[in-house]
Each structure stands twice: as C-alpha cells, then as structure tokens.
Design a protein around this ligand. Structure first.
Ligand code: NTF
Length: 837
C-alpha cells in the first residue's frame, strides 16, 4: 500500500491527511513545514514575522478542505448564491478570526509556545490589516460576509484589491499626516491569486451599429483601452461550520505589459506606459467617506470591478451548464451603496450585446437579480457623474442608460400625465445645471428592492430622499437594520467577557445572541455584576497600556472611559464632545463642581485628506488634550486622548475597554452607525441622539439604560425651516459661551487666536449641524452620566442590560432578514467526505 503521506486526495475527498490535522501537534508540524519549505527558514533563526507567516499558512491549509468542499457543494447541488458587490471590504486581521472560527485557538497557542513564543498575541500583533475600506460601509460588508458563511449561505463578496488601502494616520504637532498604507509589502498570506480566471474590461472608445448574421441590427462597443482583472480570493470561513465562502478581489493588470515597439525605438517610458495606466485602476482606495469624489479614475474603478464580477458570474453559469436565461435563479446581486450601481447597465450590456437577449428579457433578468442598499442621505455623498465624463469612459453604457430612462419615464408619464416636474425629479439624468447621471436613480430603477440600514433611515429614504420613487413603487422600499458579527466584536475583541458569557449562558450565545437575554436574571446579583465589571476593568488596563505606549499619556483605568471612535466628520460632531470637555475643564478650573468623577475622554478616527474642517477638528482635540493633560489641576480628574490611526485592530481593543459610548450625530444624519452596536454588546452605556440605529438600541436596551439628549429629526427640520440662529443658543448657555470664548482667545492653541477661527465661525455662523442647539442638553445628559457613574452597582446593572439586550444587533439577524425578504436564498450544507479530524 501507498505510504500515508503520499496519498492523493481522491474525488469527493478534499482532505489531505497531512495538512488537515487540527491538534497542536499538527499545527506545530504545519508551521515547521512552512518555515522550511515556504519561507526558507529554520525554526532557530525564524523571526516573529516568519512565525506569523508560518502559522498563517498552516491555518490557511486547514481552511482549504472546507473552501474547496464549499465550492464543490454548490456545483453538485446548484442553488442561489449571494454576490455582494462592494467597493470596500474592511475585513481586519484574519489569523485570529480564522483560529476562532476553526476552533483551534488553544492548539495554536500551544504550537507557538513550542517555538518559544510566550503568547499567541505576540504573533497576532505582527499581522498587517488590509485597510480596503473607509469606515462603516466597508466594515459592514466584512461583518456580512462572516455572517453569511456562519449561516452556511453560499456567497461571494466581489470588490477591488487595492494595492494601497486607507492611509495610515500619524499625528504631528496635533495635525493628521497621511502615510501610504503598504499592506502587501511583506507578502499577505490570506489571498489566493487565480490568474486563470482573469477577465477583460474595456474603457472609452465608441459604439457602432452592425448587422448580425441573422440580419438583425445590433450595437456594439469598441473600447479604446483595456485592462485585465486578476482575481485574488480570500477564504471566509464560517464559525464552526464547513462552509467557507470567498471574497474575490480584482487586481488590474495591463493587457500587454511591455510595448516592444516603443522600447525598440528608444521610448523607455512609453514602453511601460500602458502597464502603468492599467495598474493605476486598482492602485489606491479613495479615502473619502461620505463624500462623492467625482473623478474619472473612481468611475473606472467601479466599472472595472463590476464588469469583472458580472462576467465571472456569467462564466460560472456556463461552466456548470446552466442557461444564462436562469441567471436570477443562481445569482442575487446586492449593490452596497451606489458604488457598484453601474452593474445595472453592465449586466444589460452583457446580456444584450454578448448573449443577444431581447431588451425585455434582459431587463427582466437584471431587475430580478439586482437589489440596492442605500447607506447615506447626505447630498454630498450621492454619486453623480458628469455626462461628458461618463460618455467618454462608458459610451455604450450611456446609450443603455438613455434607453432604460426612456422606457422608465414612459411609465411615469402614464402614471402622472402632464406632470413634468415629477419627470425631472425621477429621471436618471439630472438636467439641473451640469448634466449628470444619478447613480442612486439608476440603482433604484434597476433593483427589485431598495433598503435603508436602520428604521429611521429607511423611513427618511421614503419621506425625504426619494418620495416620488417610494410613491411609485411602495413595495420596493424596505428596511434592514445593520448588525455586527459577535465573533469578531465580542469573541475576539473581548475574550474575558466571552468566557464569562460561556459560563453563564452557555457557549451558544456566539451564534445565537438572543440567549444573552438570560443575563437579565442577574441584574441584581451583585456578585455577578462585580465579575462583569472586572472584565471591563481588564480591557481598560490593556487599553491604558496601549495609550501610554502610543501617546505617552498616562490614564487611570479606574476612571470613566468615555469614547468616540469613528470617522471625523462634522455631522458626527466630535466638536460637540470637545466643547463639552472644555466646559468640564472650566468647571474644575473654577472649582465650581468638585463632584466630577474622574474621566478619560478618548477620540479616534481618520479625516478625509481633503476635508479641511475635519482635519481642523483633529487639531482642535489635540490642542485641548495638550492643555488639559499638562495641567496639574486636572490630575486624577480629566484626561483627553487622541488615539492615532484608528482601524479594525485598534477597534478590537477599544470596544471592550469603554464605559461610555458617544453616538452624538445630528438627528437625521447618521444612516445607522455600527460602532454604537459594538459598544452596547460589550456593555458600554450610550450617550446619544435619536439618530440612526441609536433609536433601536435605546428601544431594545430600555430607555432607562441609555443617556438620551438632543433635538429629534423633526425638530431639526423645524429649526432649519425657521431661520435657525445658533447665537440665541450661545447667549442662553453661559458654559457654552465661556467655552467658545476660551477657544477664541487661543487658550488651546498657544495664544494663536486664528487657528480655530474657521471652526468657531462655522459654529457661531450657520452651524450646519446644530451643535449649538444641542449643547445644553448634551451637558445635562453628561451630568446624568456623572451621577450614575458614582453608583457603580447601578452603572454595572445598566451595562449588563445593554449586553443582555443587544442580541438583535448581531449581523446574523440582519443577514437572515436579507436572505428571507430580499435574496430568497437558503443555507447549504457542506459535507466533507473524508474524516479529517
Ligand atoms: C455609512 N455610509 C453610514 O454613514 C453609517 O451610518 C452606516 O452605519 C454605514 O454606512 C453602514 O451602513 C457610508 O459610508 C456612505 F458611503 F454611504 F456614505
């Protein structure tokens, strides 16, 4: 018989017995093998990075059986697969997540121990996270991929493999400095390039008519440029299941990477010019969050990844012998915001120009496959493309969009005869000012469902953003409130709380968060509350250490950790928080209120590089931190910290270490928020407005366990309509006017009274985000926070009830809703036919 270690996997058996073992011995052997064969190192000379790579490869090997078996399962038993199209996937570090989902964290700990590594955490530290997203939108996509796999739903996430992700943030003299994110520089072990499955994508050129072999008039696109999309697949393993889905990210390559003609005539630069131009497409993530960067390259990126992805879906049907006609029975295509909205036109183009479907048939296939999620109401974030730009880059798509629009407006005319205003409002083409293609309109017309991401937001889509569409197609509009994955955001981020939960409610909470309701029984059990608060204290100690190492600021882990981490944006109102800090500082300085509980106010987040006001807000926070932290009167009472380079990895440290979660956006502006959910699960109390998912969090955890303040969305609308004047609010609030005054005289800028003037002028002038209107009530709510904090038993009970009642905000619940009401997809069991364990 064959020696065991040379046996080849047989059909139906994907388990390589050597690589599949998951005990500590097998993990150790796998690491040794990879050190030797993949990295060319001996255990004796291996660096920490080598060991990280070796462990990652060894873990990746152990995903492969599930990964291939999952692909085989869908081939064997065809059923609908989710295609989640997103320009951003902020997946965070992979190693620890894969260990958790495989169930081999302890084994890995033991294996690395045999290499003399004291703690697995030292290895985890080394991992570079791919920052392929800006914030909530990209992170949501990552949580959804993890939940899809954990719920055993066949899915592929399609996106772009940016060579440079979101910039790294340094703080220099209080200012944000952006540094290129070179996440691929040391080799990233989690991706599998699949060059054989590359796709061609065209740009520019012209369209032409021709007569086909059957004598039929047709159109076709003659692009002037091409690029190749090379797929790079990242396995996404579900929690303790065999299902392993995929993230398929496209890298742009040149079609002909070296032009010998140009080279031969001595044009060295020209010889690589096309290569450079093509590769630029997947070079860098646009670092704007919630604003529209209307650039040609961005549209190119969008069309590039959407075209590759749709071609990939069509090709997979052909490979499996499935009729393209049945596309919508095999694929449900979700558009994560409008960034992939060109899919509506591209799918029509592929179906009509390549597969020669009639218009009606193609339109039916498209509209029964595509659905669209809206993530913002901010007008500056609603994508519009200038018509000239659009037609020069995607001429054939523009023709198709005109036709889609013509047929759509014909329907509208029938419904509202003679109403030209409504035609103008609904048209895909914006005719006011510079003509432009409105991507949200294209997505809405081409989709069978349009959903918002929290109840209030979905309601505002219908009432404010697209009332005419909602009236035309009421059944199309729906809500699916966002969620976050408990595996990463409790399991990995808060191991101590996790083991307490395991003991108290059993291990199943991690896949069934509703089980946490059982904790309610413990609300008056002071022994348990003590244990619960100890897990928090331990998180705070770790974060305090990190803060000291990163910023040099010493903070007291027993103080109230008051945290606002998210992108820096005026609508998120970090300046409201900062002004409140100044008011507290003044109280302490003036000896007004000796009863203030010691607090550590922590900020973190990146500003879009071109967003001046957001960058000034960072400078402002750091200015306050400098003054407060240097003042002996503040010792043991107030500390202010700006944590540089907030990302997924840092987030994992922050959520478990927070007492108070700041969710203070202007009502009606934050579509949902997801950080708010992560905090609540980890037992932080929220101080927040009635905005986004805060409303639903408060409903679930109980209004008595939430610090509410601020104007409601309708009150904000009313203020805006009645000539809002921030000055009246300033003169009615002494603490506010004194805080502003201190800023004006340069107290937080070494006497420079100019530095923060733009910020002050905005707040006292038009105050577009109603900071002044909400200040007094915010201060009142902060006083309430202070009062409750001094009663630890009460605080801990409220915190426990937040954890107990936040199960609804698991992304498993969100994904189940998408599956049932939008995608109509079912779980698929993945069998592994050889016993691998
Ligand atoms: C963001 N939208 C919203 O601003 C957040 O409130 C929400 O939680 C996330 O989406 C996820 O739904 C965007 O980033 C964008 F791009 F739409 F502006």
């Amino acid at each position: 018989s064959q020696p065991k270690d040379l046996r080849l996997p047989t059909p139906g058996c994907y388990a390589d017995p050597i690589k599949a073992g998951i005990d500590a011995d097998a993990v150790f052997d796998g690491m040794t093998e990879h050190l030797f064969f993949s990295l060319g190192k001996l255990a004796t000379t291996a660096s920490l990075r080598d060991l990280y790579m070796a462990l990652s490869y060894a873990v990746r090997d152990r995903l492969m059986t599930r990964y291939l078996a999952s692909q085989e399962a869908i081939r064997a038993k065809p059923q609908k697969t989710v295609a989640y199209l997103s320009a951003e996937f902020l997946i965070g570090p992979q190693l620890n997540n894969n260990l958790l989902n495989l169930g081999i964290t302890k084994e890995a700990e033991e294996a690395v121990g045999r290499f003399g590594i004291e703690s697995l955490s030292h290895i985890l530290e080394v991992e570079e996270e791919p920052g392929l997203g800006n914030g909530g939108l990209g992170r949501l996509a990552a949580c959804y991929m993890e939940s899809l796999a954990s719920l055993q739903v066949p899915a592929i996430g399609y996106g772009i493999r940016y060579e440079f992700g979101i910039f790294n943030q340094l703080i220099r003299d209080g200012w944000q400095v952006e540094v290129t994110d070179k996440w691929l520089k040391g080799g990233w072990p989690w991706e599998l390039p699949q060059p054989d499955e590359s796709c061609f994508v065209g740009f520019g050129g012209r369209t032409e008519s021709y007569v086909d072999e059957k004598g039929k008039y047709r159109s076709r696109w003659i692009p002037s440029e091409h690029a190749i999309g090379v797929p790079h697949d990242i396995p996404i393993l579900g929690y303790r299941v065999n299902n392993c889905d995929r993230l398929r990210l496209w890298r742009a390559d040149a079609t002909e990477s070296f032009d010998f003609y140009a080279f031969n005539i001595g044009d060295y630069y020209g010889a690589v010019e096309e290569k450079v131009a093509s590769e630029t497409i997947s070079k860098v993530l646009y670092p704007n969050d919630g604003t529209d960067e209307g650039r040609r390259l961005r549209l190119k990126q969008q069309h590039f990844f959407v075209s590759c992805s749709l071609q990939d879906m069509l090709r997979s049907l052909e490979k499996r012998g499935i009729e393209v006609e049945d596309f919508s029975e095999h694929w449900t295509v979700q558009l994560n915001d409008t960034h992939p909205a060109i899919a509506v036109a591209e799918l029509m183009r592929l179906l009509i120009d390549h597969y020669h479907f009639e218009w009606e048939k193609a339109w039916h296939i498209t509209t029964s496959s595509v659905a669209y999620t809206n993530h913002t109401l901010l007008p500056e974030a609603l994508e519009k493309w200038d018509l000239d730009l659009f037609s020069s880059l995607l001429p054939r798509h523009l023709d198709l969009i005109y036709e889609i629009n013509k047929r759509f407006l014909q329907q509208v005319r029938l419904r509202y005869p003679g109403n030209d205003l409504i035609l103008r409002k609904l048209s895909i083409i914006d005719e006011d000012g510079c003509k432009a293609v409105r991507m949200a309109h294209l997505a809405t017309i081409g989709a069978h469902h349009v959903n918002g991401v929290a109840a209030l937001h979905s309601d505002l889509i219908k009432r404010q953003l697209m009332p005419e569409f909602a009236e035309l197609w009421p059944e199309k509009f729906t809500n699916i409130t966002n969620g976050v994955t408990p595996r990463r955001w409790v399991g990995l981020a808060n191991p101590e709380l996790s083991s307490l939960l395991d003991k108290e409610v059993g291990k199943d909470w991690i896949t069934n968060m509703e089980l946490l309701k059982k904790l309610e029984q413990k609300e008056n059990d002071s022994g348990f509350l003590e244990l619960f608060s100890k897990t928090k204290l331990s998180g705070k100690r770790k974060l305090a250490g990190y803060i000291h190492r990163q910023t040099g600021v010493l903070v007291d882990p027993s103080s109230l950790f008051d945290v606002q981490v998210k992108r820096i944006h005026q609508y998120k109102r970090q300046h409201l928080n900062a002004l409140q800090v100044i008011a507290q500082y003044l109280r302490i300085k003036n000896g007004v209120d000796q009863d203030i509980a010691p607090r550590t106010v922590i900020f973190g987040g990146k500003a879009a590089p071109g967003y001046f006001m957001a960058k000034l807000m960072i400078r402002f926070i750091n200015g306050i931190a400098d003054v407060v932290n240097a003042d002996p009167d503040m010792d043991g009472r107030l500390r202010v910290v700006f944590l540089p380079d907030y990302n997924v990895k840092l987030g994992e440290q922050v959520y478990s270490a927070t007492d108070l979660s700041e969710q203070i956006s202007t009502a009606g502006k934050e579509a949902s928020g997801t950080g708010n959910m992560k905090f609540a699960m980890n037992g932080a109390l929220t101080i927040g407005t009635l905005d986004g998912a805060n409303i639903e969090i408060r409903d679930r955890v109980g209004s008595e366990n939430f610090f509410l303040f601020g104007k409601t969305e309708s009150e904000i609308v009313e203020l805006r309509e009645n000539q809002y004047d921030p000055k009246t609010y300033i003169s009615n609030c002494k603490e506010l006017s004194e805080a502003l005054r201190l800023v004006e005289v340069g107290h937080f800028s070494n006497g420079d009274s100019e530095l923060f003037l733009p910020l002050i002028n905005s707040l006292t002038g038009s105050d577009p985000f109603f900071v002044m209107a909400d200040f007094a009530d915010y201060l009142r709510a902060q006083d309430e926070v202070n009062k409750v904090w001094k009663n630890p038993q009460k605080w801990n009970r409220m915190a426990l009830l937040n954890t107990a009642r936040s199960g609804f905000f698991s992304s498993d619940r969100s994904i189940k809703e998408y599956c049932k009401s939008i995608w109509k997809v079912k779980p698929l069991d993945v069998e592994i036919s050889c016993d691998i364990n």
